[in-house]
Design a protein around this ligand. Structure first.
Ligand SMILES: Nc1ncnc2c1ncn2[C@@H]1O[C@H](COP(=O)(O)OP(=O)(O)O)[C@@H](O)[C@H]1O
Ligand SMILES: [Mg+2]
Length: 258
């Protein structure tokens, strides 16, 4: 078997507050392999964003190892890019320059930057909007721009933190379909954080359920059902029940602030 692309080995994370230190993640162990689409599913406050922050290199584990291609992650790098729920676009730049932003480092030749940015903007269906400003776009379009920006640097791993959480249901479903298509096409390794069971069921090859206080991996479940999936499929319904059982164990919520 090949080496994992990402590996957590006995990871603990303590955040130090003003009055006390709090253990947020405990004994986290998992591996993610090349080309997998993995969803991290858990309630609000369970530590999902913290896991993505560790992989992105924004925060450090208190103990244990977070590995990328078998090496410890020590800082952010364009091999691992992150898309946030709130788009995080630059309102003073037009759409093309937003996508080009991450490319304006020494790794990329300046004259190729706009060409590359347009290629990715076209990939997400917004080639004709390149000169628009951010505030002329709908939420779904903004998130397409954010995804194009994250993909344009050709990362090995794409990290998405509840990227469709701010969108209305119809746009959200359209974006899920679009992301599935894009990921099949670009063959990225994807870690997608969500608190929606149905979103995870639609997108994931594998689902890691996180919960409890401190947060632990409660279930690591591989879904062997071809995509696109019919939500009323019997097999999917039984997976949904397994996930819901794990997510809503009453003992998990004792003392939890939800
Ligand atoms: N920088 C930080 N300092 C202190 N506590 C934090 C910090 N970041 C997150 N936390 C706490 O860690 C817990 C998990 O947060 P988070 O990973 O954002 O959860 P999720 O993304 O699942 O909603 C929460 O209780 C949150 O308040
Ligand atoms: Mg979060």
């Amino acid at each position: 078997m090949t080496n994992p692309k990402i590996e957590f080995k006995d990871v603990n994370k303590i955040f130090s507050g003003n009055t006390k230190n709090e253990l947020i993640l405990q004994d986290i162990n998992f591996q993610i392999y090349t080309n997998e689409f993995v969803c991290i599913l858990g309630a609000s406050g369970s530590g999902k964003s913290t896991i993505l922050g560790l992989i992105a290199g924004f925060i450090k584990a208190t103990s244990g190892n977070v590995l990328f291609n078998s090496k410890d992650i020590t800082r952010p790098d364009s091999s691992r890019t992150l898309v946030f729920q709130d788009y995080a676009l630059f309102p003073w730049l037009n759409i093309l320059d937003n996508v080009a932003f991450g490319l304006t480092t020494k790794k990329h030749k300046q004259n190729n930057v706009r060409e590359k940015a347009l290629e990715y903007l076209t990939l997400v269906g917004l080639g004709n909007y390149k000169n628009h400003s951010v505030n002329q776009l709908s939420g779904g379009m903004k998130q397409r721009v954010a995804i194009a920006r994250a993909l344009a640097v050709d990362p090995e791993v794409l990290l998405l933190d509840e990227p469709f959480g701010a969108l209305d249901q119809q746009t959200r479903e359209a974006m899920q379909t679009e992301l599935s298509r894009l990921m099949t096409k670009t063959k990225k390794t994807v870690l997608f954080v969500t608190h929606s069971v149905d979103e995870a069921l639609k997108l994931a090859d594998r689902i890691l359920v996180i919960g409890g206080k401190p947060g632990k991996i409660l279930l690591d479940y591989k879904i062997d059902i071809q995509k696109p999936r019919d939500p009323s499929n019997n097999q999917l319904t039984s997976v949904r029940n397994i996930l819901l059982d794990k997510l809503f164990q009453p003992e998990l919520f004792m003392g939890a602030d939800i």
